[in-house]
Design a protein around this ligand. Structure first.
Ligand code: SF4
Length: 473
């Protein structure tokens, strides 16, 4: 396998160009709004080493960070469940309480911490995605399971989900640069929490060998998603190794590396001391030489995640010929309105990132406050279509509980907004999955009041009993 390696001198020029451009355009040192980083220079902040060293990765660091970043008095929330949180101490106590029941551990990069409005943290759309609050907790839907997409059941070997005939998902690692509250892979990703013992997918060569072996012996597989966890936590040598191995398999025609890194630590792509991006570019160039498509998938959920650093980084990737696509998750209080979703899609398009999917939020433990009913995604798609060029319009999809795979949200067979149950079929899947009916369940109303018709539903009654139990505890 032939690879051409970028020189560090070239990367150094890119990095200097990023910092020089920044200076000439008087771009905002947005991280300096965080009190503890008010003296951090542009060069330090852009360095991936600094981002790693200052990542908040446990409750002790979170508590320390919050104590320094928050004002003494917290701006009131529009959510009545949070109205008693008035001071910094109230907020810190509620956040630590939320973490004690969350399925995901905490990990937050300085970039993502810098785009949270700490003067109004309760309703901030970025805070909502990453830092749980105990008082916002809504009991789980009774039909929810930890691995709701049945990824473990659909794994041909540990860490290779083979659900579609021609595509497989390779979970190369179970670590990410950030941990999202709503992670669908909360059964595996990140460290153990008080409520979930994980099934980790360590980046071991022995496990990877079994994965490659399955792919090599299944000629129908043409397309691989290399994910995790997150490809940002694979070493540059891992990116090259995985890339070379996949490119060497004749029936593999395309693959993508999936990472949220571009969202949470964008300056890494231009850091002269870090070779992750040059490793990826080398793999994509080699793929192009062989007539195979290699690209990057990322995961922006809100326009506030995008800063001038993100724009410079994505522009740099575009110039290097990398195709980047985005997969968003629809989240309540984050991006569940037409204005925010429309703005996000347009900003992605302006950065030459293809808005690929908007997902209905999966049934994930401990995040009912973030889920929206199916009617929200249907409404947003209907109202956005026609306002954005068709090739930049993402597909609005539901990843079906039970391993039915992704289906366009609008292709439901039945949807009763009163009971919150929708049904779908997935005839393109293999074996008995092709004939099954899959159900998605809307979240129940957070005030516990049933909509007309919902009182009759068995799952609502079971949820109400569960709510009663939680309240009693
Ligand atoms: S980056 Fe992706 S895999 Fe990692 S926690 Fe977030 S959603 Fe899960």
């Amino acid at each position: 396998m032939r690879f051409q390696f970028s020189s560090s001198r070239f990367l150094g020029n890119q990095f200097r160009s990023l910092t020089n451009n920044a200076q000439s355009l008087a771009q905002d040192p947005y991280w300096q709004k965080v009190p503890q980083w008010e003296n951090i220079t542009r060069e330090d902040f852009l360095s991936y080493r600094w981002q790693l060293a200052n990542t908040v990765s446990n409750t002790e660091k979170l508590s320390k960070f919050l104590s320094a970043a928050l004002p003494q008095t917290v701006f009131p929330s529009s959510d009545p469940r949070l109205e008693h949180i008035k001071s910094k101490d109230d907020f810190v106590a509620d956040a630590l309480g939320g973490l004690s029941t969350a399925p995901m551990a905490i990990r937050l990069t300085p970039h993502i911490l810098s785009v949270i409005d700490w003067s109004r943290p309760l309703d901030d759309p970025i805070r909502r995605q990453f830092i749980p609050l105990k008082s916002a907790f809504v009991p789980d839907h009774p039909r929810l399971t930890l691995d709701s997409l049945h990824e473990k059941a659909d794994s041909a070997v540990p860490g290779l989900v083979h659900r579609y005939p021609d595509k497989a998902l390779f979970l190369a690692t179970s670590i990410c640069p950030v941990y999202c509250r709503f992670c669908t892979r909360s059964y595996a990703v990140g460290g153990n929490t008080d409520t979930v013992s994980k099934t980790p997918q360590k980046p071991s060569r022995k496990r990877w060998e079994a994965v490659f072996n399955h792919i090599e012996h299944n000629a129908a597989i043409q397309d691989i998603v290399v994910s995790g966890g997150d490809a940002y936590y694979l070493q540059p040598e891992d990116i090259k190794e995985i890339g070379a191995r996949l490119l060497s398999i004749p029936h593999i025609r395309r693959f993508r590396f999936a990472t949220k890194g571009l969202v949470v630590a964008p300056s890494r792509t231009c850091d002269p001391n870090d070779t992750w991006t040059s490793a990826l570019i080398d793999v994509t160039n080699e793929g192009r030489r062989l007539g195979k498509h290699v690209c990057l998938h990322t995961h922006f959920n809100h326009p506030n995640e995008i800063t001038w650093v993100t724009r410079e980084a994505t522009n740099d990737l575009f110039k290097k010929g990398l195709v980047v696509r985005n997969q968003s998750v629809l989240l309540k209080g984050v991006n569940d309105d037409v204005e925010t979703m429309g703005r996000l899609i347009r900003e992605l398009a302006d950065m030459n990132i293809q808005p690929y999917y908007v997902y209905q939020c999966d049934l994930v433990r401990g995040i009912e406050d973030l889920r929206t009913p199916l009617r929200t995604i249907l409404d947003i798609e209907q109202r956005l279509r026609g306002t954005i060029a068709g090739f930049m319009m993402p597909s609005f999809v539901v990843d079906l509980p039970g391993g039915g795979g992704k289906r366009l949200a609008a292709t439901y067979e039945m949807y009763n907004p009163q009971t919150g149950v929708s049904t779908f079929r997935a005839p393109g899947l293999m074996g008995e999955k092709a004939g099954k009916v899959y159900e998605y369940y809307d979240p129940f109303p957070t005030n516990g009041v049933a909509a007309v018709g919902m009182e009759e539903s068995e799952s609502f009654n079971s949820w109400k009993a569960h709510v009663g139990q939680v309240a009693a505890n």
